[in-house]
Structures are given as structure tokens and as C-alpha cells.
Write a protein that binds this ligand. Structure first.
Ligand SMILES: [Zn+2]
Ligand SMILES: [Zn+2]
Length: 357
């Protein structure tokens, strides 16, 4: 059962005569008729209210009873129940304290963004294209055609609230907006929002990792009803695999293949860094698997001032395909190397000998 003021719903004074009452009803019934507003649930609700108000006020006997009982009037003619009373009192209090329903909030949106490791390391700015429901630019979200599309609500004179000096409530005619749409915006058909494609700049801070979310406040969808806040846009970061670096927290690992002559004789080996290349000195007799550390050349540590390190792990690459001359040379080399050239192998063999007894 509606608790609204039937006179307010029809937009007429309490003293209105039957002819003017009928006129007001007809105009509103035409305006909100569901056939004329197929996509507007708001209009359908309004239409039902108008019908309900007319059913009571249009019948002189019912109107008389309504005038006497006011908010305690029940269309079925029964006396008000305690629930009726508490609902009416509650509504009156809600009106005083302007306790309106919490404004609707639009949906949050997600956007997956893949970035290169170098971008994650240094931070960057990216431009993204997002499809979202945003405010209609033509009517600035009001839903009314610019110019003569809206007029000040005659029920509340634009105040948005009606009633006596003490019990003011949200104006039922304009839902507290203070204005009424006379002609719908041609761009959004009165919805006040449209699906658009927005170009947004995303600032990506240095040191971001996969799975991290960047929040772009109020860049989500607009809510269905006017007055609410848009949702947020979450940009989900995915740092793509890198062909040279492997990430471990703020440290970076890089595997460097070296030849066994480089490992044996020592060499300066060219290696990659995040912003170019540098050389590391591999000393003579470097074992495979040895790591070299370049301090402070990794990724920025989140929350801290420092940066991680860059680790190079050298791996000796053993030639797989050898020509006959090379085989001969290697054989000769093997026979020339003294036993002390491979101390670990020597120790290993000694242990095996012990086991055989
Ligand atoms: Zn519009
Ligand atoms: Zn109003």
C-alpha cells in the first residue's frame, strides 16, 4: 500500500475541484502510460501510483474518507492497524532526518593490462581504452534534453521537499530532484547514461608485480539511477615473462651460457641489464653454476627505498657437435692435463677406490 500523499501524486491542491482533478489525472496517466515508456521502469511505478491515487480521489465518497483519515486511510475501508501507524510515523521521521535510501553505486570494472618487465622496473604511463557506462555528454547525465527539456517541479518549487513546516518529506512528484523532465534527451533517451569508450591514462608505479591492482576511482560504470556514485575501475597488472630475466621478488636472475675455454681461461662476458648491457669479469677457473651479483640493479623494492640485485649465473656450455680435428685436439689436451688440473674429480675417484676396498 502506498503511503504517499495522493494529492501530491496527482500534483493538485487539496481544494481541487472534480474537473481539474480529472484533468490532472488524465495528463499524468498519458505521460506515464507503460505503452509510451516501454524501457522506463520508473514510469511504470509512477503510473501505478497515479492510478491508485485516482481510484481514491476520483470517488467522492473515498476522497471524503481519505481527507478525514489522511495517512491512515486504507483503500479496503478497515481501521488502521498498529503497523500502519508505525510505518507512517517512521516515514515522517525519515523525512525529517532526510534519511533517504543509500544512493546506488555503479558496478566496478576490471581491465587486464600486460606490461613488460622493463616497464615494471622503471614505472611507466600507459593509455588504455575502456568500454564503460558513463554520463551522457549531451544532457550532462540529467536525462533531459538541453534547453527546454526540463522545468522546475511545480509541486515543490524546485526545493525537492514538500509538506508542512515540521514534517517535510521528499517531493513525490520529482523524487527530490527539484525538476521534472518534459522532453527526454535525444542522445540517451532520458537515461542520463550511455555506453562509451573512454581513453584513460594509467600511471604504473615502479616495482609493480603480477596480480597487483591499480584502482582508478570513479572510472567504473554509472549506476542506473541518477544521483549515485560511479563504480571504480581496477587495472590488473600482469608482468609478462622476460626472455632474459627471471624475477624473484625485487631480485632478478639471469642465466649466462659461457664456453669452457672462457671458464678455464677467464673472460669479460657481455651480459644484459634492465636498461642495456654491461660486462662481468669471469675469472680463470670459474666453475659452472657460479653466480655473480650486481648490487642495486634489480627492481625497486615495494615500500622501501632500495632496489634488489641482479644475479648472473654462469653455465658452462659443452660443445655437442665436434669435427674430427677438434676431437683430436681435445683428446690431446686431455692427455696433457695433469691429474691436479681436476682436483674434485681426483677426490671423487679416491672415494670410489676406498669403497671397492
Ligand atoms: Zn542524455
Ligand atoms: Zn518536486
Amino acid at each position: 500500500m502506498s503511503r504517499r500523499d495522493y494529492y501530491a501524486i496527482l500534483g493538485v491542491e487539496r481544494s481541487v475541484g472534480p474537473e481539474d482533478l480529472k484533468k490532472a489525472f488524465r495528463a499524468l496517466a498519458m505521460q506515464y502510460h507503460p505503452d509510451r515508456n516501454p524501457d522506463d521502469p520508473d514510469a511504470e511505478r509512477r503510473f501505478r501510483e497515479v492510478m491508485e491515487a485516482w481510484e481514491v480521489l476520483g470517488d467522492p465518497e473515498q476522497r471524503n474518507r481519505y481527507d478525514r483519515l489522511g495517512p491512515f486511510f486504507r483503500p479496503d475501508g478497515r481501521p488502521p492497524t498498529p503497523e500502519d501507524v508505525s510505518v507512517v510515523v517512521g516515514e515522517a521521521l525519515a523525512g525529517i532526518f532526510r534519511r533517504r535510501p543509500a544512493p546506488e553505486r555503479g558496478e566496478d570494472l576490471r581491465y587486464q593490462l600486460g606490461i613488460r618487465l622493463e616497464e615494471a622496473a622503471l614505472g611507466t604511463e600507459r593509455t588504455i581504452e575502456v568500454r564503460r557506462v558513463g554520463p551522457c555528454r549531451r544532457c550532462q547525465g540529467s536525462g533531459a534534453e538541453p534547453g527546454e527539456g526540463s522545468r522546475v517541479c511545480d509541486q515543490c518549487a524546485g526545493e525537492g521537499r514538500t509538506g508542512g513546516r515540521l514534517l517535510k518529506t521528499e517531493c513525490p512528484r520529482c523524487d527530490g530532484r527539484g525538476h521534472i523532465i518534459v522532453k527526454r534527451c535525444t542522445s540517451c533517451e532520458g537515461k542520463g547514461r550511455v555506453e562509451t569508450s573512454d581513453t584513460l591514462k594509467v600511471h604504473i608505479p615502479a616495482g609493480v608485480a603480477t596480480g597487483q591492482k591499480l584502482k582508478l576511482r570513479a572510472k567504473g560504470n554509472l549506476p542506473r539511477r541518477g544521483g549515485g556514485k560511479p563504480g571504480d575501475l581496477y587495472v590488473l597488472i600482469e608482468v609478462m615473462e622476460h626472455e632474459l630475466f627471471h624475477r624473484r621478488g625485487s631480485d632478478l636472475l639471469c642465466e649466462v651460457p659461457i664456453t669452457f675455454t672462457e671458464a678455464a681461461l677467464g673472460a669479460d662476458v657481455l651480459v644484459p641489464t634492465l636498461d642495456g648491457t654491461t660486462a662481468i669479469r669471469v675469472p680463470p677457473g670459474t666453475p659452472s653454476g657460479q653466480t655473480f651479483r650486481l648490487g642495486g640493479r634489480g627492481l625497486p623494492s615495494p615500500g622501501a627505498n632500495g632496489r634488489g640485485d641482479l644475479h648472473y649465473r654462469v653455465v658452462v656450455e659443452v660443445p655437442e657437435q665436434l669435427g674430427e680435428p677438434e676431437r683430436r685436439l681435445l683428446g690431446e689436451l686431455a692427455s696433457r692435463l695433469s691429474a691436479t688440473a681436476h682436483p674434485r674429480r681426483e677426490a671423487f675417484e679416491a672415494l670410489l677406490k676406498e669403497r671397492r676396498g
